[in-house]
Write a protein that binds this ligand. Structure first.
Ligand code: AMP
Ligand code: ZN
Length: 461
């Protein structure tokens, strides 16, 4: 399997360090409903996990739940998102977090996103974070100022490796209002000292406070996956700050790179622009459902674009996805009881093409193309079975595809057996036998309708 590694900007052959693939995905900040852009990123995470499994790997996935410490800007500015929601909604930040975490997991389930094996909450790992920060202090990578403990990027010459950012340019371009006690404008908070009114705060060697957002991921990934694990995922917005900071913290503490492959999902746009609350275009999954788009239509919509390409969300696009998904289900259902025999060689070729597509940095649009070609074959149970096997990756609940009632065969096995013998006789051009078998079926009270690729049978009207 080949994956695109943001660190090297190349597609690389994937090999795990050990038998089980260890993977960390940055999870949601649970102060609000996830929007469809967030969900696209988790569909990407899910596809990666599914392809790894399809290829025979065991996967241990960790996805954090950020319930403290994510400020309004990724670069340590503004209020804590949880505290702000708490103030506005007049609920405790813990109630807010519980509520939105539950809705988030419901969304994942509706989208057939398999839940990562471990989903740790930041607030349940404060001691690990404090120990991490203390470790960085002890090694001289961190310093204390009035409002918190900061990472000293000047001590980490490799800073900026992932985004290939120029630090001196950053220094020159830094805003003037940036915290003047910081040694470099890009130094970031590991631990913030809490003002009294801040609800979420914990004791630490530096007084009462709360962790920075970046340290959460470093501490939890290390705890559950070790100093170096295989894959780290997130959205492209994480490249320049969040993941750069995770790398700096982890490498400074352990001397090892935290992850070997960094994979990032591109953004979803709405009407070709950014999603924003102001424009009122940050749709949630429930809103799509209310508008008549089942969650799996949204999943199908996502699968039609490669994860490294921007995906423009429009309702026309969703309409097209809905029609296409329904057609796919109908075409597939017709194979369920199909009797045609497809040469094994041909089936093998479909399997090869599918595997090649998904193993090429998750080329799901191409893999869907293979499925579409396959369902156009004459009606065969082999196609049905193969599609369900592919669905281990697609996650489109293809097994729920049902023929419309009118097309279902409604006859007992002995009648079906007669019909089957008649069908074979007809194929061998033994029409006399075929006719007498049909007569037998009709005498038993059933009627047969022939189609190009098979037959259906039901009780006489
Ligand atoms: P957050 O809850 O803000 O931390 O974001 C959760 C995830 O959604 C992160 O992995 C982000 O990178 C990702 N994300 C945010 N906005 C978008 C978007 N418009 N399209 C795709 N992913 C996004
Ligand atoms: Zn993270």
């Amino acid at each position: 399997m080949k994956v695109y590694n943001t660190m090297t900007r190349e597609k690389e052959e994937f090999t795990p360090l050990e038998g089980t693939v260890r993977m960390y995905s940055c999870g949601p900040t649970v102060y609000n409903f996830a929007h469809i852009g967030n969900l696209r990123t988790y569909v990407f995470m899910d596809l990666l996990r599914r392809v790894l499994r399809y290829d025979g790997y065991k996967v241990k996935g960790v996805m954090n739940i950020t319930d403290v410490g994510h400020l309004l800007s990724d670069a340590d500015e503004g209020e804590d998102k949880m505290e702000k929601a708490s103030r506005e909604q007049k609920k405790s930040p813990y109630e807010i977090a519980d509520f939105y975490t539950r809705v988030f997991f419901e969304d994942l389930e509706k989208l057939n996103i398999s839940r990562p094996e471990v989903t740790p909450k930041a607030t349940a790992h404060i001691p690990e974070m404090i120990a991490f920060v203390q470790g960085l202090m002890d090694k001289g990578f961190a310093y204390e100022i009035e409002d918190g403990i900061y990472f000293d990027i000047g001590k980490f010459p490799d800073y900026g490796r992932l985004s290939r950012a120029d630090l001196e340019e950053q220094r020159a371009g830094a805003r003037v209002d940036v915290n003047s006690q910081k040694r470099h404008p890009a130094d970031f908070a590991l631990w913030k000292k809490a003002p009294k009114e801040h609800i979420m705060q914990w004791e630490s060697p530096w007084g009462m406070g709360y962790p920075g957002w970046h340290i959460e991921c470093s501490a939890m990934s290390r705890k559950y996956l070790g100093d170096t694990f295989d894959i780290h995922t997130g959205g492209v917005d994480h490249i320049p700050i969040h993941h750069e900071n995770e790398i700096a913290q982890s490498e400074a503490l352990t001397g090892k790179e935290p992850a070997r492959y960094w994979m990032h999902g591109e953004f979803m746009l709405v009407d070709n622009g950014k999603m924003s609350k102001k424009l009122g275009n940050t749709y949630t999954l429930s809103q799509l459902e209310e508008k008549g788009y089942p969650p799996l239509v949204f999943r199908y919509f996502c699968l039609n674009a490669h994860y490294r390409k921007k995906l423009n969300f429009t309702f026309e696009g969703m309409d097209a996805a809905k029609t296409s998904y329904e057609r796919l289900l109908a075409a597939l259902a017709a194979h369920r009881e199909g009797r045609e025999v497809i040469p094994e060689q041909k089936m093998e070729e479909y399997r090869r093409q599918f595997r090649e597509a998904v193993d090429d940095d998750l080329n799901l649009p191409l893999a869907l193309g293979v499925l579409w070609t396959m369902v156009k074959e004459p009606r065969s149970g082999q196609i049905w079975k193969q599609a369900l096997d592919f669905d281990r990756v697609f996650g489109l609940s293809l097994d729920r595809a049902e023929l419309p009632q009118s097309e279902k065969e409604e006859a007992p096995p002995e009648i079906l057996a007669l019909c089957e013998r008649r069908w074979q006789a007809k194929k061998q051009k033994n029409f006399a036998l075929a006719d007498s078998l049909r007569a037998e079926v009709e005498a038993a009270g059933y009627e047969i309708a022939d189609r190009a690729d098979g037959f259906s049978v039901r009780p006489k009207a």
